[in-house]
Design a protein around this ligand. Structure first.
Ligand SMILES: NC(=O)c1ccc[n+]([C@@H]2O[C@H](COP(=O)([O-])OP(=O)(O)OC[C@H]3O[C@@H](n4cnc5c(N)ncnc54)[C@H](OP(=O)(O)O)[C@@H]3O)[C@@H](O)[C@H]2O)c1
Length: 277
């Protein structure tokens, strides 16, 4: 099977991150990508001019595509599917829409094979992680192709669809949680007299370096933390403070709250979806 023609619905941030990643990595030729946007002509012009992709003449252009990428907000999914459905024939449909399940998509586009993906913000700099759930009808070559495409945006983890809300909470909201910790560290750095621009460099490199060490040494965060924590030393003094404030428990609760909210949002965007379940 060949997948050369790609039709992208939406020209927003996610569509751009996808296009930048796959064209930058050379896994799809820009001229094989057709993009359609709803109303903002400037966004469409931006992606066409920047990446050399082609502006679609209309939804009928989807007819020639082996892969359709759905990159619209969850609330806009119903309308986008309604418009594209008549033109689809045995295509593979990759949906980035948070909270929208594959059953909902296949109900509206019965001919497609579906893949649901939950990327996180760092896909914009090709260092993200994308959780993917493959529909039952996808083939081994579909899976291989999607892994190749999404690897251009960072790491890829395959999950059953019911764990997508968990992925949304852990890796989707994860950058927000890490930045929350960094905000506290930035404020403390200023109090200790460090210039903000220097503190920013120190904190970013500390985060990048810690992540890289965890990956390269293949150790758990707990092991790495213990290695930098000498008895009666500085890290121990700080961690004691965190423990006395039950910060670990609050971080745990924060991730669970994000997962609960993901489940709730999926229902509120698409009431018909929950009714069908
Ligand atoms: N950005 C991320 O890092 C990220 C991460 C995880 C998941 N996602 C998911 O990715 C999806 C897109 O998010 P985003 O951040 O890219 O949103 P965005 O920047 O608002 O882009 C959405 C685009 O979809 C277009 N659109 C809406 N309805 C359309 C239709 N019927 N036909 C064609 N185009 C249509 C909009 O066009 P107009 O502006 O002209 O209306 C807009 O350009 C969402 O479902 C989100 O949950 C995004």
């Amino acid at each position: 099977m060949t997948y050369d023609k790609v039709f992208v619905i939406g020209a927003g941030s996610m569509a751009e991150a996808f296009i930048r990643g796959v064209t930058g990595a050379g896994v799809v030729r820009p001229t094989d990508i057709r993009v359609i946007n709803r109303s903002r002509a400037d966004r469409l012009k931006h992606v066409v001019d920047t990446y050399g992709v082609v502006a679609a003449d209309g939804y009928a252009d989807a007819a020639g595509a082996a892969l359709v990428v759905l990159a619209v907000k969850p609330a806009d999914v119903a309308e986008a599917l309604l418009r594209v459905a008549p033109h689809l024939n045995q295509a593979l449909l990759l949906s980035f829409a948070a909270g929208v399940n594959q059953g909902y998509i296949r109900e509206r586009c019965p001919s497609v094979r579906t893949v649901r993906a939950m990327p996180n913000l760092p896909v914009a700099v090709r260092n993200g992680v994308t959780a993917v759930a493959f529909g039952d009808e996808t083939t081994p070559s579909d899976k291989e192709y999607i892994h190749t495409l999404l690897n251009a945006l960072g790491a890829v983890v395959e999950l059953p669809e019911h764990l997508m809300d968990a992925a949304t909470a852990v890796s989707g909201s994860g950058p927000g949680f890490l930045c929350y910790i960094l905000e506290g560290m930035e404020t403390a750095a200023a109090k200790l007299g460090l210039a903000p621009e220097l503190a920013r460099i120190m904190l970013i490199q500390t985060m990048v370096g810690t992540a890289r060490t965890l990956a390269e040494w293949d150790v758990s965060p707990e092991t790495l933390r213990q290695r930098v924590t000498s008895p009666h030393g500085t890290t121990e003094a700080g961690v004691k403070q965190l423990d006395s404030g039950y910060v670990r428990g609050y971080v745990y609760e924060a991730v669970l709250a994000a997962a609960a909210r993901a489940a709730e949002m999926g229902k509120s965007y698409l009431p018909a979806q929950t009714a069908a379940e």
